[in-house]
Each structure stands twice: as structure tokens, then as C-alpha cells.
Design a protein around this ligand. Structure first.
Ligand code: TGC
Ligand code: FAD
Length: 392
């Protein structure tokens, strides 16, 4: 890939809204991405391989559990710092950000929020340091947008639980050390269980042939009479609201992350438009190209304001699930549209791995689907403003 010359757009001077700590966190993450992600990510994506050597660096910059308290190995930062980290990491690649979202919000968060002290002490420091990688099993072959219908189940066998079923489309599954798995008990109530690699009957086949998120490993979690120790049940929350609560946190990070991908495409197209000469002048001098760029920076600026305000609300504990849905939906959609316009601005060069745009665009086709599809988030907003449930 061409040298990473990224310059962050800040058209409305939004840096003034950030603390010194926010800016330090963002700069440190950006430097790491420029040094350790940008030079190699295209190769990994082409090979459809997760860059395992990045795990150590991600742990060192605090990307595993940014807002988890330091006593459990987390970075103890606020939600805006978490968002800025996800923005910078997804500016590098959505697949690497996915690994961080899953580790932080879908594995560490439920263990921290719904687990007991022994579970926190046993798993969180190892997840924060990258010694353990985690996955989150909610989606099933027949239950994607409607996770409440899940059929994965466990029975109380006296001294242990017996887990059966299968999860599909699970990020990090092929190499995860632990999985937070959502399953129904004999009364049909959903609970979270911590399943460890090595438990008999637990397998994690990889899903091949993806055109999207190629630098992230995706797979299944299969449970064939897996004996799960009773101490591995998350005791402090049950019901569908438990996994959905984790999704709130991950969707928040994705709203920021998508902004990073959009900023990278805009920055690449802007630079290209100043250098590429056709009909005797830089293409950036043509009105049609300026329209694309002007609309991109307008949408990026609006999305930056949305995420910043959402971060403030989240720090105060006042962000609603519906507000988070709106930001996830808006920002991913905005990023996809910017990718498509930026791709056109680069002409033929836009389809090559020489530039990051096509990779971002393909990645975002997963991002617009996972953690609640574009349409599901619209229905969440619809329900919130009308009071009528249009899901069922
Ligand atoms: P519904 O009846 O609305 O709600 C059931 C219970 O859950 C509560 N609840 C929430 N709690 C916390 N946070 C939220 N966002 C919540 N949304 C709802 C709700 O209050 C209720 O509680 P209670 O106490 O009354 O029981 O549930 P429903 O069955 O009608 O479904 C609603 C719907 C469709 C919005 C929801 O199921 C949904 O969001 N579907 C999308 C599924 C999804 O997002 N899956 C993501 C899988 S994980 C993933 O994609 C990871 S990708 C990671 C990566 O690589 O980055
Ligand atoms: P479906 O639910 O079958 O939806 C198909 C279409 O129908 C969509 O357009 C949807 O919007 C629409 N639709 C569904 N219901 C309605 C309705 N009521 N009204 C109108 N339209 C509707 N899951 C995990 O648990 N953990 C993970 O780590 C994880 N990682 C993923 C990684 C990747 C790369 C991908 C692609 C997915 C991942 N997922 C993960 C799964 C993801 O969350 C689901 O794909 C997503 O929730 C959608 O489910 P589905 O694919 O079954 O689509």
C-alpha cells in the first residue's frame, strides 16, 4: 500500500471539545496504526488472514478494555477515549477494530458487568494483556436479527451444566481462548456462560470465502454436550437485555470506528484530487469532484458532532440504546457512501490495494450488517419515536 500520509479532517475545530487526555490517546493510537497496521494490512486482507502479531500492540496501547478499570487490567479511560481509539483503529482496518470491539465490549464488558469477583479476576487481566482472546456467541444459523429465538441451551446436571447448540458468524471464533456464549436454561431464560477452549465437545470451525473483513477471522462456535463448570455462569444479569446491553457498548464503538474509515477515504480522495491531472489540471479543480469532496466533509463533520455528543451522554450514563442505534446506523451508512464516492474519484486506481478505499468499502458491508442491520436500527428509532413496535 502507498505510504500512510493520513491527516485527520477537523472542519469545525472539534478538537477544542476534547481533553488533553483524549488527544493523547488518539495520537498514540494513530501513531501505532501508521507504524504497525498501515504497512501490512493490505497483505493480510488479500491473504484473508488475521494479523496475530498485532495482538500484543493492541494490548500495549490499551485497546483491550479501554474503559475497564485498571484494577482488572483495563486502561480506565472514559467513553470518548474508547471511541477515539476505535476511530483510529478502524481508520486502519475495520477487521482490527472488530477484534477490539469484541474483546472489550462483548467479552470483557459482560464479565465485568455481569460476572462475579472471581470471574473478573480470573479472566479480565488476561484479556486486557492479550494473553487470552475472546469471542461473543449470540447469533445462530436461524436467529440473527431475532436473537431472542435462540435454541442453544443448557441443562443443570447437578455439578455442571450441559451445553448444546451452535453459534454462527462469530468474530475471532477460530482462535478464541474463551467465548461468552448466550444460551437458554430449561425455563427458556437467556444466560451468559464462559466457555473455554479445550472443553470437550467445543469446536470453532472457520468461515471461509468472505469478501469483507478479510483480516478478521470469523467462524462458528459448536457445542456438542459441552460440560461447563457451574462457576462459569455469569450470575448478575439474565434475559435478552444482558447480551443487548453489551451490544450498546460495541455499537457505540462502531459509530466512532466507521467515522475513521470515512475519514481515511475522504483524506485519500482529497490528496489524490490535488495530484491527479486530467485535461490539463488537477481533477480537484473540476466542480463535479469538488461536489463529492464537499459533501464528504459535510457528512463527516455531522457524524463527528453526533459521536462527540453521544460520548458525552455515555460518560454521564445518559446515552439511550436508541441514541446509540441512530449513531451506529448513520455513521456506517455515511462511511459506506463516502467510500463509494471516493472510490470513483480514484478512477481505476480506486479498485487496487494500492489505496485503502476498496478494502474499507468491502469491510463496511459487514459493519452495516453486524451488531444490528441498517434496517433493524431504523426500526429501533421508529419504535422509540412512535411507541409502535414494527419488528413483529
Ligand atoms: P425486546 O423485547 O425489544 O427486548 C428484550 C429485552 O431486552 C431489552 N433491550 C435492551 N437492553 C439493553 N440494551 C439494548 N440495546 C436493548 N434492547 C432491548 C428490553 O428492554 C427487554 O428487556 P426486558 O427486561 O423487558 O426483557 O427484544 P426483541 O426480541 O423484540 O428484539 C429487539 C431487537 C430486534 C432490537 C434486538 O433483538 C436486536 O437488536 N437485534 C439485532 C441483533 C444484533 O444486533 N445482533 C448482534 C450480534 S453480535 C455481533 O454482531 C458482533 S459483531 C462484532 C464485531 O466483529 O465487531
Ligand atoms: P437476518 O436477521 O436473516 O436478516 C436478513 C435481512 O432481513 C436483513 O436485511 C435484515 O435487516 C432484515 N430483517 C430481519 N428482521 C426484520 C424485520 N423485523 N423487519 C424488517 N427487516 C428485517 N454475531 C455474533 O453473535 N457475534 C459475532 O462476533 C458476530 N460477528 C460477525 C461478523 C461478521 C463478519 C458478520 C457478517 C456477522 C457477525 N455476526 C456476529 C452476526 C451478525 O450480528 C448478524 O449477521 C446480524 O445480526 C444479522 O443477522 P442475519 O445475518 O441472520 O440476517
Amino acid at each position: 500500500m502507498a505510504q500512510d500520509l493520513f491527516q485527520s479532517p477537523d472542519y469545525y475545530g472539534l478538537d477544542d471539545l476534547l481533553s488533553e487526555e483524549h488527544k493523547l490517546v488518539r495520537e498514540a493510537t494513530r501513531e501505532w496504526v501508521k507504524r504497525d497496521v498501515s504497512p501490512v494490512i493490505e497483505d493480510y486482507a488479500q491473504k484473508a488472514e488475521f494479523p496475530k502479531e498485532m495482538v500484543k500492540g493492541l494490548a500495549e496501547i490499551g485497546a483491550f478494555g479501554p474503559y475497564i478499570p485498571t484494577e482488572y487490567g483495563g486502561a480506565g479511560l472514559d467513553q470518548i477515549s474508547y471511541g477515539l481509539m476505535m476511530q483510529e483503529i478502524e481508520r486502519g482496518d475495520s477487521g482490527i477494530r472488530s477484534t477490539c470491539s469484541v474483546q472489550s465490549s462483548l467479552v470483557m464488558y459482560p464479565i465485568y458487568a455481569y460476572g462475579n469477583e472471581e470471574q473478573r479476576n480470573k479472566y479480565l487481566p488476561k484479556l486486557a494483556s492479550g494473553e487470552f482472546l475472546g469471542s461473543f456467541g449470540l447469533t445462530e444459523p436461524d436467529f440473527g436479527s431475532n436473537p431472542g429465538g435462540m435454541v442453544t441451551n443448557f441443562k443443570d446436571m447437578g455439578d455442571h451444566y450441559l451445553l448444546n447448540g451452535a453459534k454462527m458468524w462469530i468474530s475471532n471464533a477460530p482462535f478464541c481462548d474463551v467465548a461468552v456464549v448466550w444460551a437458554k436454561n430449561e425455563e427458556g431464560r437467556i444466560h451468559g456462560l464462559i466457555v473455554e477452549r479445550g472443553m470437550e465437545g467445543f469446536t470453532t470451525p472457520e468461515t471461509h470465502g468472505k469478501w469483507s473483513l478479510r483480516a478478521s477471522a470469523t467462524g462458528e462456535l459448536v457445542f456438542d454436550n459441552v460440560k461447563v463448570p457451574k462457576e462459569n455462569l455469569l450470575p448478575n444479569k439474565s434475559g435478552l437485555g444482558a447480551p443487548l446491553g453489551c451490544l450498546d457498548s460495541a455499537r457505540f464503538g462502531i459509530a466512532w470506528g466507521a467515522l475513521g474509515a470515512a475519514m481515511d477515504c475522504y483524506d485519500t480522495a482529497l490528496r489524490y484530487s490535488k495530484e491527479r491531472v486530467q485535461f490539463g489540471k488537477p481533477i480537484g479543480g473540476f466542480q463535479l469532484q469538488q461536489k463529492k469532496l464537499a459533501e464528504m466533509i459535510t457528512e463527516i463533520t455531522k457524524a463527528q458532532l453526533l459521536t462527540w455528543r453521544l460520548g458525552v451522554l455515555k460518560n454521564e450514563g445518559n446515552a439511550t440504546s436508541a441514541q446509540i442505534s441512530m449513531a451506529k446506523r448513520n455513521n456506517v451508512d455515511m462511511a459506506l457512501k463516502i467510500c463509494r464516492e471516493a472510490r470513483q474519484m480514484l478512477g481505476g486506481m480506486g479498485i487496487t490495494g494500492e489505496y485503502p478505499i476498496m478494502r474499507h468499502m468491502m469491510n463496511l458491508e459487514s459493519v452495516v450488517t453486524y451488531e444490528g442491520t441498517h434496517d433493524i436500527h431504523l426500526l429501533i428509532t421508529g419504535l422509540d419515536i412512535t411507541g409502535f413496535n414494527a419488528f413483529k
